[in-house]
Design a protein around this ligand. Structure first.
Ligand code: HEC
Length: 112
């Protein structure tokens, strides 16, 4: 009787050890895969950055943004001062960032 109890205890204990080992392994695998995920994100962000980094030129921004609502007006259609005023209005309409506004305005004025 005593022996059986001891055997049962040992079985139970080895099961418990097995359980703990399994839990630890799972946690380790989880942490490793999480870290791998973080690394992938970092690598992805790293490879994305140089693509996004080169700023678009004024001509490109102009052709992308200013044709959404109407045909493009040639830069030579208006004087620099007129473009200043027009761009004050269109900047709001096209929802341009300050640097985009500046780049487009420089492009429009450079045509004169
Ligand atoms: C969200 C729509 C929208 C976007 C984007 C937009 N425009 Fe306009 N634009 C208009 C509207 C509407 C008018 C006419 C009414 C007015 O003058 O406010 C106009 C008028 C103009 C005029 C005057 C035309 C005339 O006959 O007097 C010019 C020039 C112009 N836009 C240039 C631009 C430039 C340059 C950009 C890019 C930075 C741009 N627009 C982006 C809507 C837009």
């Amino acid at each position: 009787m005593k022996r059986i109890t001891l055997k049962a205890y040992r079985t139970l204990r080895s099961n418990a050890v097995g359980f703990v080992v399994a839990v630890v392994c799972t946690v380790v695998v989880l942490i490793t895969s999480l870290q791998a995920g973080v690394k992938e994100d970092t690598v992805a962000a790293g490879t994305d950055a140089p693509v996004a980094a080169p700023r678009k030129g004024g001509a490109e921004l102009w052709s992308e943004n200013c044709v959404r609502c109407h045909n493009l007006r040639s830069p030579s259609s208006y004087s620099g001062t007129q473009w200043d005023v027009i761009m004050l209005h269109m900047r709001v309409r096209a929802n341009l960032a300050p640097e985009e506004h500046k780049a487009i305005l420089e492009f429009l004025k450079s045509a004169h």
